[in-house]
Write a protein that binds this ligand. Structure first.
Ligand code: JHZ
Ligand code: ZN
Length: 416
């Protein structure tokens, strides 16, 4: 198995002219948390560079690490983040209310992870999860979610259709950035959907990445940093249409896209069609379809780095104790690119059972259960899971009342 490959053609439009937007050096893949037994081994590291396709203006990685290597044994579990579960519960309820008409209807989720979303609707219709990570699929099955282990593709879609039939709804959250051969996956979705079926997917939005979000959402798992404009080019070419879109406040800001097979009779004057037009217009006004907009992104990241490292150095020099809060995938981009290690953060807490007792890839910081923060009482907390700041600050208000300060690291440093 090749561990990684270099991409010379755009996976959205086939273009071959790229502009380098950001070079984050070399680092391990972000969910490759290190077990104590492997601490003595050297980790695999891979280049992490982001390029813009000059033709379709899609932002994507130049080096693609093998999906087998990234996803077969996966540490991320949706169920570990309460705000995320609540977010998906709301979506699951919307799916049932709006798109499911009979208990015989089938809802398929690609990248179903621990089954958090599907378990919410398992008694309302037929469900099927699809996910490549054996360890996570076991949890989904325990949650009562029948799940097929595998990478979704047009081939797998054929087999699924033969086994269980067409789906009224296919859902894929935080997955369409992760699939190198995205075209083939859309083809699979199209062939597995009923004619009026709906494909609902959420992806982090590049408009947020460039403005209020953090550069740390860039890691090997995310091949693409999608805009609706570049996705439209891809869907148009596959005879699929974008029927509706909205921004949802998750992972900073994500796009929730509703798509399906092109229905030529659909009137363009519907409210949903107007929302799609408005969204595309907004991206245009933000300059997301212009090369120039991406040129200063790396300077912004460098300013972020200087600012955070200066603050952390000052705190360490004055003897302050700093803990990390949350060991998300994105945290590893930040720790590795900024070169933050145990001399700054002696430990990081995380709610995911399978991360506890492990070490962050590259930076090798020990991950412990959340209660450690109360027994060890830091002066400052570096909030690596900054996307849940609101909920975490509320949950931890006792710590703040005791004088513990939270550092939000991106896109500019804030101390609360
Ligand atoms: P979280 C994931 O990235 C993975 P990550 C994936 N690659 C993707 O695409 C993005 O989402 C969008 C912990 N936590 O959700 C749990 C606490 O400790 O920001 C998680 O380990 N205490 C599919 O990994 C981490 O933080 C808490 O109170 O960057 C959050 O990870 C809460 C709320 C979370 O995603
Ligand atoms: Zn392109």
């Amino acid at each position: 198995m090749e561990k990684y490959s270099v991409k010379t053609l755009c996976r959205i439009c086939g273009g071959k002219d790229f502009m380098l937007v950001l070079d984050l050096g070399e680092m391990p893949v972000s969910n490759a948390f290190v077990s104590p037994a492997r601490l003595t081994e050297k980790e695999d590291i891979f280049p992490l560079t982001v390029h813009l396709c000059k033709l379709c203006k899609s932002l994507q990685l130049r080096y693609a690490v093998s999906s087998e290597l990234i996803f077969k044994n996966y540490h991320y579990a949706t169920g570990a983040s309460r705000p995320l579960v609540e977010h998906f519960n709301t979506l699951a309820d919307e799916i049932v209310e709006t798109f499911v008409e009979s208990p015989r209807d089938l809802v398929i989720e690609i990248g179903s992870n621990d089954g958090s979303l599907l378990s919410r609707i398992k008694n309302k219709c037929r469900i099927l999860g699809i996910d490549p990570a054996d360890n996570i699929v076991q949890i989904a099955e325990q949650n009562g979610v029948p799940t097929r282990v595998g990478f979704f593709s047009s081939q797998l879609a054929e087999r699924v259709r033969a086994d269980v039939g067409f789906a009224q709804v296919i859902v894929a959250n935080n997955v369409m950035a992760h699939i190198e051969n995205i075209r083939d996956v859309f083809v699979g979705v199209r062939n597995l959907l009923t004619d009026d079926g709906t494909f609902i997917f959420e992806v982090h939005w590049v408009g947020n990445l460039l403005t209020d979000g953090g550069f740390d959402q860039i890691y090997h798992e995310h091949f693409y940093y999608h805009s609706l404009s570049s996705l439209k080019i891809l869907l148009d070419s596959l005879d699929m249409e974008i029927r509706d879109v909205k921004l949802v406040p998750i992972h900073g800001e994500s796009m929730r896209v509703y798509a399906g097979k092109t229905r030529r009779s659909l009137s363009d004057s519907s409210m949903a069609a107007t929302r799609v037009e408005d969204f595309l217009q907004r991206e245009k006004e933000m300059g997301l379809t212009e090369e120039n907009t991406y040129k200063s992104f790396s300077e912004k990241v460098e300013r972020n780095k200087t600012e955070l490292l200066a603050l952390l150095a000052e705190l360490v020099a004055s003897g302050k104790k700093i803990a990390g809060y949350g060991a998300p995938a994105k945290g590893n981009t930040l720790l590795n690119y900024f070169n933050i290690g145990t001399d700054t953060l002696s430990y990081i807490t995380d709610t995911t059972p399978s991360k506890q007792g492990y070490y962050t890839p590259g930076s090798r910081i020990p991950i412990v259960a959340p209660d450690a923060i109360y027994s060890r009482m830091p002066d400052y907390i570096l909030l690596l899971s900054w996307n849940y700041a609101e909920s975490i600050l509320e949950k931890e208000k006792a710590l703040r009342e005791k004088g513990v300060k939270f550092i939000i690291p991106v896109p500019t440093v804030r101390v609360l």
